[in-house]
Design a protein around this ligand. Structure first.
Ligand SMILES: NC(=O)c1ccc[n+]([C@@H]2O[C@H](COP(=O)([O-])OP(=O)(O)OC[C@H]3O[C@@H](n4cnc5c(N)ncnc54)[C@H](O)[C@@H]3O)[C@@H](O)[C@H]2O)c1
Ligand SMILES: [Zn+2]
Ligand SMILES: [Zn+2]
Length: 392
């Protein structure tokens, strides 16, 4: 089959690789209809992980079941399915507790498994014609409709981005009436803003510097904050301070809660410096979040931080050591959640929100390309294009 293969930093190629086959009775083979390119793929593409050359990329996968092993009972050839990016067994200690992001049996080297990703086991990705799905009964989510219908992009986003964004709001404990600041208006940040709004948040601020992304955020009812125009935490506090309705509701002393209750990092370790976005500053988003989150608030970090970054900005960053303003975080009593999303915890319920017409997460999709076009055009891309979601 044809597949997108990681060759070296900034280089992927379309190659012929061996077809996947049923290796265990619990496997299924999926014919891919759509596969996403994730912000997480960019960490590998830009040479910022330990990914092995030759890896077939693609962890955001959906398609049609082509073959099933003899022990697969609940899905059939011809079913339309979307696959969580986590490879999980369903029966280990962590899977049983709902943490399919930390499956203990599918990867000999780490307590996590995933398709086509550095450090996540031997599983090939789905930026390809076919994909092998282990423990298929557990890992396939059945979808209605037919390949290429008006829900194709919405359902694809159930493989990672939508559940991850929703997970961020769970880590940040977003509830009806919550005030929320989301850093990063990429696919994950935009859908974290959408998830906050679904949950009934009262104010959702979203920080980035790409105007097209901030505009999309505004269209769904979030308040855009352009970090190139000044310190984002200050901008949010200023907007809240200027709002006479917010001010009119405060008792004396309550002005100490001038920030927000919930903060979300949807950027990660390749964050850009606020005052010179050409440079990286991996800790500025975290610093800003600790500043903007109110005492007793909650911080959800889904933006990736890695323990090994060959091109980190300094020696500590290369080892994944980042300086947190921990004293301030402690004094404010902020609680903090991190890590990979356990997609299965949310994907069924988010699917049903799509089916009922309550949400249409595909508003974030900007480009669709064929597998042949996926290695990218030969002209130089602007950085805005390079971080836009594309689909093959
Ligand atoms: N935890 C998980 O399970 C999980 C799953 C998927 C993606 N991720 C991670 O989530 C992060 C976001 O993913 P994405 O697909 O939206 O990526 P993306 O690269 O498309 O978007 C990141 C956005 O952050 C913005 N940004 C950069 N520096 C910033 C700063 N200092 N302040 C505010 N915004 C800034 C960029 O301009 C960009 O728009 C990535 O790190 C990705 O690896 C994690
Ligand atoms: Zn992803
Ligand atoms: Zn498991």
């Amino acid at each position: 089959m044809k597949a997108i293969v990681y060759k070296s930093s900034m280089k992927v190629e379309l190659e012929e690789v061996e077809d996947p086959r049923i290796e265990a009775a619990t496997d299924a083979i999926i014919r891919i209809s759509t596969s996403g390119i994730c912000g997480s793929d960019l960490h590998m593409y830009e040479g910022r992980t330990s990914v092995t050359p030759g890896t077939v990329l693609g962890h955001e996968n959906m398609g049609i079941v082509e073959k099933v092993g003899s022990a697969v009972t609940s899905i059939q050839v011809g079913d339309r399915v979307v696959i969580p990016f986590n490879v999980a067994c369903g029966f280990c200690l962590n899977c049983e507790r709902g943490f399919t992001s930390a499956c203990l049996t599918v990867n000999a080297d780490a307590p996590t498994g995933g398709y086509g990703y550095a450090g996540m086991g031997p599983y090939r990705g789905g930026q390809a014609e076919y994909l092998r799905v282990p423990f298929a009964d557990f890992n396939c989510l059945k979808l209605p409709g037919a390949q290429g219908d008006s829900h194709e992009d919405d359902f694809l986003l159930l493989s990672d981005v939508f559940p991850t964004a929703y997970h961020a709001t769970e880590l940040a404990k977003v509830m009806p009436g919550s005030t929320v600041a989301v850093f990063g208006a990429g696919p994950v940040g935009l859908l974290a803003a959408l998830s906050s709004l679904i949950k009934g948040a009262s104010e959702v601020y979203i920080v980035d510097h790409y105007k097209d992304r901030l505009k999309k955020a505004e269209q769904i009812g979030a308040i855009p904050i352009d970090f190139s125009k000044g310190d984002p935490a200050e901008q949010i506090m200023e907007l809240r301070k200027k709002n006479s309705l917010i001010n009119g509701s405060l008792r004396p002393g309550e002005e100490k809660m001038a920030g927000v209750m919930c903060g979300i990092d949807a950027v990660g370790y390749q964050a850009r410096s606020f005052d010179s976005p050409r440079k990286e500053n991996p800790i500025q988003v975290m610093q800003s979040l600790v500043k903007i989150i109110n005492p007793t608030g909650n911080l959800g970090i889904v933006g990736v931080y890695t323990a090994a970054d060959p091109h980190g900005v300094n020696k500590k960053a290369k080892e994944g050591v980042f300086e947190l303003p921990f004293g301030e975080l402690f004094e404010k009593g902020i609680s903090l959640g991190t890590g990979q999303c356990p997609v299965k915890k949310y994907n069924r319920f988010l699917r049903d929100l799509i089916i009922s017409g309550r949400v249409k997460p595909s508003f974030i999709v900007s480009h669709r390309v064929s597998l042949e076009e996926a290695p990218g055009p030969t002209r130089n891309l602007t950085s805005a294009e390079m971080v836009s979601p594309k689909y093959c």
